[in-house]
Design a protein around this ligand. Structure first.
Ligand code: HEC
Length: 164
């Protein structure tokens, strides 16, 4: 015998099933909450928590931003403790690399002779001056004002020697 489901029956079944699903979801949410609460309660050593947070937020590389305080910090600390001038390669590795290795923000990439010969056509003194004073997005001295003009020139020389 054929049994036709009426609209009323359908809605009734539909409502019951919905209520069960919603109930299950709430139940699972409560369980998850209890479980997560347990985890953090068993790990209430504040030093450990601080350490974990530190590990999560510490940058994975000192790249991308001239404004990155860790980059400046390294260079300033180093210059105070050594007080001898940096070589072009050292300046490059500590300051310029963050943009000029990746080409971040449109920086000409070290080793790309086309990009650098274009720039060089303006004359080396212009490149020196722009690296010292900043150009476009690039901040003056790559953001590390404690570097001397000579150190910046050495870094430019280093970039050019790696890019011809
Ligand atoms: C924040 C990223 C960043 C850092 C750090 C950085 N540069 Fe740049 N640099 C750029 C960008 C972007 C350009 C292209 C700017 C433009 O042409 O508008 C550029 C361009 C240059 C140029 C070409 C200038 C010209 O006249 O065409 C030189 C030379 C240069 N940088 C040298 C350096 C040196 C040396 C350092 C390290 C002391 C350095 N840069 C650090 C982003 C950076």
């Amino acid at each position: 015998m054929e049994h036709k489901i009426t609209d009323a029956e359908f809605y009734k079944t539909f409502t019951i099933v919905s209520v069960i699903i919603i109930g299950l979801a709430i139940f699972i949410a409560i369980l998850a909450n209890i479980f997560a609460g347990d985890l953090s309660a068993s790990n209430n050593d504040q030093a450990q928590i601080d350490n974990n947070i530190h590990q999560r937020i510490v940058p994975s590389g000192k790249t991308n931003l001239a404004s990155n305080p860790t980059i400046k910090q390294d260079v300033i600390v180093a210059s105070v403790s050594e007080s001898k001038a940096f070589s072009g390669e050292e300046v490059y590795n500590n300051v310029c690399m963050s943009c000029h290795t990746s080409g971040a923000a449109g920086a000409p990439v070290i080793g790309n002779s086309n990009q650098w010969s274009d720039r060089l056509s303006k004359g080396k003194d212009t490149l020196y001056a722009n690296a010292i004073n900043g150009i476009g997005i690039m901040p003056a001295k790559g953001g590390v004002s404690s570097l001397s003009d000579d150190e910046i020139k050495l870094a430019v020389d280093y970039i050019l020697s790696e890019s011809n």
